[in-house]
Design a protein. Structure first.
Length: 145
């Protein structure tokens, strides 16, 4: 894949989520992302579907499912960035917002580079902690919507 093709693929990837950003943060937005990724409500159903396949079809199915699950995790990371930026518009210290967004960007890169389940799990926990720390720092600064 050329750099131009990779760039266009990335643009198309983010464009596919556009309808999701119009929805409220939380279940509706995540449900939209699951639909974009064609994950459906229960991933375990897709796992069973992959197990029902054989040989290279099974390998391909599992790889695609894993990639989609990882994409959903990264969507949730990106969602936190968007929510932090929205809080910046409502009075949260913009330096704290920028620091949080930079942390999440770093965590996305680490997640992409992780090679084990434990590494990815730790990154998810780190992101959760970063969000909690961020909210503690800005909660008294936020104006009502």
């Amino acid at each position: 894949m050329t750099t131009t093709e990779g760039r266009q693929e990335c643009i198309n990837y983010y464009k596919s989520y556009q309808p999701c950003w119009q929805l409220p943060a939380g279940k509706e937005r995540f449900s939209c992302a699951r639909n974009v990724l064609k994950l459906g409500p229960v991933i375990s159903d897709l796992v069973k579907e992959c197990r029902g396949k054989t040989g290279q079809d099974q390998v391909q199915c599992k790889r695609e499912l894993k990639d989609k699950a990882f994409d959903l995790i990264k969507f949730r990371f990106y969602d936190l960035e968007q929510r932090a930026e929205a809080l910046g518009e409502r009075g949260a210290d913009l330096e704290v917002v920028a620091d949080f967004v930079a942390t999440i960007e770093q965590k996305k890169q680490e997640f992409n580079a992780a090679t084990t389940k434990q590494e990815r799990r730790q990154i998810i926990l780190d992101v959760r902690q970063a969000w909690n720390d961020f909210i503690k720092k800005v909660k008294d600064q936020i104006r009502p919507p």
